[in-house]
Ligand binder design. Structure first.
Ligand SMILES: Cc1ncc(COP(=O)(O)O)c(C=O)c1O
Length: 368
């Protein structure tokens, strides 16, 4: 099976981990050991941000950012339902109420018009997600946020290396959150980072990650253990150096696959809107005018032929049992339609040209 994603780990990562193990300093009491600090400096530069705060998961990054930007009990946060559940979870963990807005059917990202319609007097923040690695339409989102005095927390978990109007994804947000989970464009196995230009928010998020402390045993606010270990940071430093090579291979694979799949008119292929580049975390196609059953048959057919096609996401968050029961009904026709029609194909850096040709030809064959 050609898996949908696979971490690319080499001897450099192994050596970096061994070095940390030999040093004896596996983690740091305030989460700010030498490897973590080095990684934060490198990641801040990469993301074009003043601060990077390393934590132990992307979910921890999101939760810290939601709390750090000031979301409190009862505040509403507007976000897409077409995302991984962690985006909504972070809002609920902070005591906020997720308010789901619909997506743009071309990009699958939250639609600025949908956001405008969802604003109430309780709205405190907007959480766009850079789905599949394509940045959300941040300029209009920033304008809406400024007009209504709202915070913007960008879920850039899938977007390492993506750009929006010539700048790194995340730069138009008040805080951007990145995941270093094993499937992501760069990984530490588990890990996360928050980037921000705001000094006060950065300080708050640094406290949140280590029990609300600025100094040991002097908690100034409610915090958690969200510290990244020195081992995770050592892997992350190496992966960040390799990221440009990984991204180039993903882009090359995406281009080659598009050249093959353009031969059918049954699929809506992924696109980079003017001024945007994708990180190509996932190559997601839509089976036009399809039913869920028909799409599932195609995915099963591909899996039988050794292609690890997957559906992200079979269930939008607002239809998950807990979220529908707790936060009620939302009318999201574009989200519900996309959920039934999309599927993703492997293009990660471990996929060879020959495998891309095989994936492309097999998709055309299975589509009939
Ligand atoms: C869009 C999105 N948000 C949040 C997360 C959560 O990140 P993590 O798994 O590192 O907690 C992920 C990845 O898993 C994701 O894809």
């Amino acid at each position: 099976m050609i898996p949908i994603n696979l971490p690319k780990i080499g001897e450099e990562e192994v050596e970096a981990v061994v070095k940390v193990l030999r040093s004896g300093l596996l983690t740091h009491g305030l989460g700010a050991g030498p490897m973590v600090t080095q990684f934060e400096q490198k990641f801040a530069k990469f993301a074009g941000a003043k601060h990077a705060i390393a934590v132990n998961t992307g979910t921890a990054a999101l939760h810290s950012a939601v709390v750090g930007t000031g979301v409190k009990q009862g505040d509403e946060v507007i976000l897409p339902s077409f995302t991984f559940v962690a985006t909504a979870e972070a809002v609920v963990m902070a005591g906020g109420k997720p308010f789901f807005a619909d997506i743009d059917p071309e990009t699958y990202n939250i639609s600025p018009e949908g956001i405008e319609k969802a604003i109430t007097e309780k709205t405190k923040a907007i959480m766009p997600v850079d789905l599949y690695g394509l940045p959300a339409d941040m300029q209009p989102i920033r304008e809406i946020a400024d007009k209504h005095d709202l915070q913007v927390i960008e879920d850039a978990a899938q977007a390492h290396g993506a750009t929006y109007k010539g700048k790194a994804a995340g730069t138009l947000a008040d805080a951007a959150c990145w995941s270093l989970y094993a499937s992501k464009n760069m990984t530490a196995g588990e890990g996360g980072v928050i980037t921000t230009d705001n000094d006060d928010m950065a300080e708050t998020m640094r406290s949140i990650r280590t029990h609300g402390e600025k100094e040991k045993y002097k908690s100034v606010m409610l915090g958690y253990n969200y510290r990244m270990s020195e081992i995770q940071a050592a892997i992350s430093c190496v992966q960040l150096e390799k990221l440009p090579t990984f991204l180039a291979k993903r882009r090359e694979n995406a281009k080659r696959l598009t050249e093959i799949l353009e031969k059918t008119d049954k699929l809506q292929l992924p696109n980079e809107p003017e001024g945007c580049t994708s990180s190509w975390y996932l190559y997601t196609v839509r089976l036009k005018d399809s039913t869920e059953e028909k799409r599932n048959r195609i995915v099963d057919g591909l899996r039988k032929k050794g292609i690890g096609a997957e559906v992200y996401y079979v269930n939008p968050v607002h239809l998950m049992p807990y979220y529908s029961k707790t936060f009620g009904k939302h009318r999201l026709p574009e989200t519900e339609k996309a959920t039934k029609q999309v599927f993703s194909l492997p293009i990660h850096p471990g996929v060879t040209e020959e495998q891309i040709d095989y994936i492309g030809k097999t998709v055309l064959h299975v589509l009939g």
